[in-house]
Design a protein around this ligand. Sequence first.
Ligand code: NAD
Ligand code: UGA
Length: 469
Amino acid sequence: MVKICCLGAGYVGGPTMAVIAYKCPAIEVVVVDISIVRINAWNSEQLPIYEPGLDDVVKNCRGRNLFFSTDIEKHVGEADIIFVSVNTPTKTRGLGAGKAADLTYWESAARMIADVSKSDKIVVEKSTVPVKTAEAIEKILMHNSKGINFQILSNPEFLAEGTAIQDLFAPDRVLIGGRQTTAGLKAVKALKDVYAHWVPEDRIITTNLWSAELSKLAANAFLAQRISSVNAMSALCEATGADVYEVSYAVGKDSRIGPKFLNASVGFGGSCFQKDILNLVYICECNGLTEVANYWKQVIKINDYQKSRFVNRVVSSMFNTVSGKKIAVLGFAFKKDTGDTRETPAIDICKGLLGDKGQISIYDPQVTEDQIQRDLAMNKFDWDHPLHLQPMSPSGVKQVSVVWDAYEATRDAHGVCILTEWDEFKTLDYKRIYDDMQKPAFVFDGRNVVDADKLREIGFIVYSIGKPL
Ligand code: NAD
Ligand code: UGA
């Protein structure tokens, strides 16, 4: 029986390994983590991640061939294939701070693997890493290997949160990069055999190590670039009277461009797009490719511009100040169908409104008050470190409240900002909301989810992204 161990029971490690266990009953999969709390949650009824379909997959194989454990060394020692799916955040200090990937977690995982291994291993990079990371990992493993053979593979993950199970069940492609040597190709084949249990062979792409590592950064950069492109158009639409929905529909009909990922929004969020582009920019700079670095930097600049443009619009429409006004924020997660708030645009929007002394009342169906307060108290890129003071106005009055109902959030509010496209926001009783709000009642739809004309009939003043007033 092949034994797999995965280091890192996060958004990627947990669902990915659960699906491997589900699809390959003859393989034993153990997911380990340094966080006891996370492992306990994976072993409980309340999984640490909200992801449609995940509960069923986990319940189907947990205790059969899927296990979650904190006994890292034991399971690493016993495994044939070790996936490393630890976090690779942006460095917050030192060389490359604010851009380069922080590989501390990866390096300590590699050192531990070298220490405890007693048999040959295939070590798989599942985390998103800078190009040439495999070379560094190889050095760490080989220099401590005591004659053990380690083969490093790059097998980046392309799942998106909210659709992780669907993406893992039917991936567009699985990418495996390895050394082009006999041992390297044998390792690639071993990993390919795992995926071949359910992924058609023509969807399993094999490449050299550096192509696989770079393809992941490139894919995220291309995806984020599409969003920044449509968001840049949304600003032009607002200035000219064009409708961004109509423009992106017309553009996406070109089969060379395609219709997906062209929704204008308040800006992209999530743990990876910004981090991975910054990482790409840093690699370009290190290679002396200033123009290429500047090209990709612009994707982030437009994203930041879109968020600040939204805040400016809210404040300027509400007579140039939101000081002392209650603003309801509907949605805090970075997209629908997840409770993840990492780099969510809602953080920057809320901070912008707080900066103008607004009183914000937040409702999100999947994000806890504790998480929101923590996010609003944190510095950029600090989400891996604990630091949690509740933001207070100078008078000591709470400026942020978190409630468990959209109607509670909007009661007595002057304005409503929709920041996540949760389906339930489409079907709220907006007449009831309007009746309970201060007048004039504003709606700022950062996701274009409401029917603006219907809301205007009720009496709202509605601002949608990239649409005429
Ligand atoms: P995460 O923070 O949710 O999970 C990482 C886990 O690794 C944490 O639970 C942490 O405690 C654990 N960990 C850290 N060091 C460890 C060690 N030495 N041993 C064992 N466990 C350790 O992160 P994530 O969202 O799952 O992302 C992981 C990687 O996958 C990142 O590189 C990310 O860029 C990439 N990725 C993420 C997504 C996504 O949708 N979140 C998609 C594709 C790729
Ligand atoms: C993204 C990629 O889609 C995955 O392929 C990749 O594996 C992952 O990053 C990663 O490396 O972490 P994810 O961030 O989970 O997945 O979610 P997306 O669906 O890509 O959305 C990212 C952000 O872009 C969200 O804030 C979303 O609301 C926004 N978005 C997306 C738009 O504003 N417009 C769109 O048309 C699409």
